[in-house]
Design a protein around this ligand. Structure first.
Ligand SMILES: Nc1ncnc2c1ncn2[C@@H]1O[C@H](COP(=O)(O)OP(=O)(O)OP(=O)(O)O)[C@@H](O)[C@H]1O
Ligand SMILES: [Mg+2]
Length: 310
């Protein structure tokens, strides 16, 4: 369904002192149809940038994205517009996704107006979508401020589903909601995914959420993917030292970790790595398949097993 290779996004910031930020730095992965692929990592590691690049909501600096057999990186605006309905993004904060001056019904109807659906059928379709995401018909005429965060996020889901997408990027879709509502929205997302046969890129900084939602997980660190594996392998046999740190975060106070520069030949995790050797300072480790379907970017995986046995 989706194949991403060598994706890079570099931002140039600063007025006097120009600075390059390698938000996404040479990222490759694929998602098979019907799968939920998770991206996990700390704040600022490039998750949202990656999600937006994949849908070309942000222009990638380099790399290829193939969606359903079409290379979308080279599509012009017109052709992109024709496949856009099939790819949708859900952001973390429903307040910024919904227009405060429009009722939920108006917001959900918006994508339908530019689609081929007959005008007379729009309100019927809105009502169907509203029910589908667990809202009531009476919510249709309310404004976002008259509803809860959870209800608004349901409306965001309804709008995303309006054009029957096949692929959804969900960027921390429950981060702004109360804990009690988070599980409801995640379960809804899971149900909708099965019902619509969606393929999903699910972004979060919370590994526990990932366990609940994903089939495979990529761990990101400073713009790079350091490990990709099935949920089971990430939780039961994590290999990269950063993945291990993430898994221990709930138990220990998280360690302070510092950043290596993204430009040189140094491994992105060098400054913090308990396993580093001289090689890591001048030879970037690439994602390599260490076990079946389990990819890790680390030169010292073998020594990790030795440490474990000691
Ligand atoms: N428009 C922009 N201009 C310049 N730098 C940017 C821009 N957007 C993001 N960045 C930088 O790119 C890096 C990655 O940002 P991104 O928002 O993708 O991180 P994230 O992993 O989604 O973080 P969070 O978990 O906090 O949402 C950060 O260092 C950020 O400051
Ligand atoms: Mg983000």
């Amino acid at each position: 369904m989706l194949k991403v290779s060598g994706l890079k996004k570099t931002y140039i910031t600063g007025t006097f002192h120009k600075c390059r930020v390698h938000a996404v730095n040479d990222v490759s992965f694929h998602i098979t149809k019907g799968q939920t692929f998770g991206i996990v990592g700390e704040s600022g590691c490039g998750k949202s940038t990656l999600g937006k690049c994949v849908l070309r909501l942000t222009e990638p600096t380099e790399g290829k994205i193939i969606f359903n057999g079409t290379e979308i990186t080279s599509l012009d605006k017109e052709s992109l517009r024709s496949i856009r309905p099939k790819m949708q993004m859900i952001f973390q904060d429903p307040d910024s996704s919904l227009n405060p001056r429009k009722t939920l019904g108006q917001s959900i109807a918006e994508p339908l107006k530019i689609s081929e659906i007959e005008t007379g059928r729009i309100s019927e379709k809105v009502e169907e979508l509203v029910r589908h995401v667990g809202l009531l018909p009476e919510h249709i005429d309310r404004y976002p401020h008259q509803l809860s965060g959870g209800q608004n996020q349901r409306a965001v889901l309804a709008r995303a589903l309006a054009l029957e997408p096949v692929f959804i990027v969900a960027d921390e879709p429950t981060a702004s909601l109360d804990v009690s509502v988070q599980a409801q929205i995640l379960n809804l997302l899971k149900d909708l995914k099965h019902e619509y046969g969606l393929t999903m890129l699910f972004i979060s900084h919370d590994l526990e959420l990932m366990r609940h939602m994903c089939d495979r997980i990529a761990v990101m660190y400073m713009g790079k993917i350091v490990e990709i594996a099935s949920v089971e392998n990430i939780f039961h046999s994590p290999m990269h030292p950063f993945t291990r740190l993430l898994l221990n975060e709930n138990e220990n106070d998280s360690e302070e970790i510092s950043c290596a520069s993204g430009i040189s030949n140094i491994c992105c995790y060098y400054n913090n790595c308990p396993l580093k050797t001289g090689k890591c300072a001048h030879d970037i480790p690439y994602l390599t398949e260490h076990m079946q379907e389990h990819f890790v970017a680390c030169h010292n995986i073998k020594s990790m097993h030795i440490i474990e046995n000691d």
